[in-house]
Write a new protein. Sequence first.
Length: 198
Amino acid sequence: MKLKVNDSPVDITLENEKTVGDFLKSFEEAIEKEDATTTGIVLNGKSVSAEDIDDIQKEPLEDDTSIELTVISKAQILDSFGDSARTLTALNENMGEISVLIQSGKDGEAFAIINTLADEMAKFVRVARLSVLFPDLYEKITMDGKDLSDFFEDFYGILKDFEQALSEKDTVTVGDLAEYEISPRLQQIIDSLNGCCR
């Protein structure tokens, strides 16, 4: 059998594993000891969805069986959260400048800040979703007494208002939302990440 983990070939010696299910169970038990888990499976070139996982369990392991696994560790999640905290801290220092930049005709600079915010929030949300795989970590991430899902439900509405104000070129609302609504919430995320990632 051929194995790749995170796109890197791995030499493997099978012990008593006869089926794909046997192998996946042994692999998961081994990486759990390293605080890691599998997030994606490709069997013989075909991506395996959560619904298909039961169907592949009994497939025999052959010499030409190819398994590609995507694995993520708690350490990687913590590193990503640390990166997010640093980026958001730098970004948050500029949130109060957005309205002034737009009013001064420096739309390019204002939108550079906004685009960085959008990219960083997308990255943070993606990693936050993966953190659910490590419940002890996920439970530590709270903002203003709310878990991630409740926090983002509230934050999403503010971001939608912000997007609308931008499209309407309403610089007063853009400035108010950036400074008084978005910035304090970014600080809550930063504080939470700094608390859970140390």
